[in-house]
Design a protein around this ligand. Structure first.
Ligand SMILES: C[S@@+](CC[C@H](N)C(=O)[O-])C[C@H]1O[C@@H](n2cnc3c(N)ncnc32)[C@H](O)[C@@H]1O
Length: 344
């Protein structure tokens, strides 16, 4: 989708928050996946120029630095890390190329491979799927980061075909603002049908209805599960300076470990557990330690498991899948105080 931005543009605080989530997630994902696989892929389908106006890193640099500066010696895992950066716009691609080449100056670890592409994402996805079909092969475990402008470039069927292999995951931008504005306008239905993989978006409550936005977000989550067969989906809301929500970030996986790592990443950016970031808070002194109130978790655990014998593993699964809490909230912050109460 064409945009009006310069080749390189200003970094917004919510974009930095998105990068913080990506960085934290990759930090956990790289060592876990590389331990059991010969090759893993980070596919940045809408990579941008790799840098922002004041020199801040774009997603390609965030990903590469998360790998190259990792505190563990990931070379030990005998895994090849392939990072694919794709950007369609020729001028942005040229800047991206320079950014990556500059990073590659000096010593380069042989287990890290980089591929830079200047393609339309949909064509690229089609080529990958055709190649895999021909070879009767699965895509190596991949995290696809799909961060377009707008809603026209990420048809859900393409994502389904590309990421159908069990160990593939998705971090994707959902254009909440456009869905709200144009979702029931009737003149761009084919794009929304492709985005959602259904025409149910036409049933959204009318503009002005407080449930309208939630309807679109819930529908997208349902479709990511139903069409792409992701077992777990986490969402994160981005709010701009006007208090409006331009987009949500959706994380999709079939792995509980992935959910655990992503929840840690999202809580680190939103320590109140709200799964949202507001540009209005950017630059203000906010508490960065975990501010979780675990009372609701305690109540949920009692409601679900009261009178039953359950393993810690079952409780952890419940926390990860059925509550907004992190796994690390369970033992010390919730079970330990509960056992004191039970014992007295
Ligand atoms: C939101 S920006 C990406 C920002 C980048 N991921 C980051 O976090 O630093 C979206 C980028 O996608 C590019 N783009 C737009 N349509 C595309 C398409 N169909 N295929 C690939 N890239 C596209 C745009 O030129 C733009 O640079």
């Amino acid at each position: 989708m064409a945009d009006k931005l310069d080749t390189v543009w200003q970094l917004e605080p919510h974009t930095k928050a998105k990068h913080d989530i990506l960085r934290r997630y990759l930090h956990g994902w790289f060592p876990v996946l590389s331990r059991y696989n010969g090759r893993i892929i980070f596919l940045d389908g809408f990579a941008g120029p790799g840098v922002y106006k004041e020199g801040e890193p774009g997603s390609p640099k965030v990903a590469l630095e998360a790998l190259l500066q990792h505190r563990y010696d990931l070379a030990k895992n005998n895994c090849e890390f392939l990072l694919v950066f794709n950007e369609q716009d020729p001028d942005r691609y040229a800047v991206l190329n320079d950014v990556i080449e500059e990073l590659k100056q000096g010593e380069w670890p042989p287990h890290v491979k980089v591929s830079k592409l200047n393609e339309n994402f949909q064509d690229l996805a089609e080529d990958i799927v055709e190649y895999l079909d021909e070879q009767r092969a699965n895509l190596a475990p991949t995290l696809a980061f799909l961060d377009p402008f707008g809603y026209q470039d990420t048809p859900i069927e393409k994502i389904k075909r590309l990421l159908s292999f069990n160990k593939c995951e998705l971090l994707i931008y959902f254009d909440y603002n456009s869905a709200n504005r144009f979702g029931t306008a009737g003149n761009v239905d084919e794009h929304f049908e492709a985005l959602f993989g259904t025409d149910e978006f036409k049933d959204a409550p009318p503009a002005g209805d407080p449930e309208r936005g939630k309807f679109f977000v819930d529908l997208y989550e349902r479709q990511l599960k139903a069409v792409c067969e992701f077992d777990y989906v986490q969402r994160f809301q981005m709010i701009n300076r006007d208090g409006r929500t331009p987009y949500y970030l959706f994380y999709c996986t079939r792995s509980l470990k992935g959910v655990e790592i992503m929840k840690d990443a999202m809580w680190s950016v939103a320590p109140d557990g709200g799964y949202r970031f507001s540009d209005r808070l950017a630059g203000q002194d906010v508490l960065f330690q975990d501010q979780a109130d675990t009372q609701p978790l305690r109540k949920a655990l009692l409601a679900e498991f009261s009178g039953k014998t359950v393993s810690i593993a079952e409780l952890e699964r419940f926390v990860l899948v059925n509550t907004p809490y992190k796994k690390t909230h369970l033992k010390q912050k919730t079970l330990a105080p509960m056992s004191v109460i039970l014992a007295t």
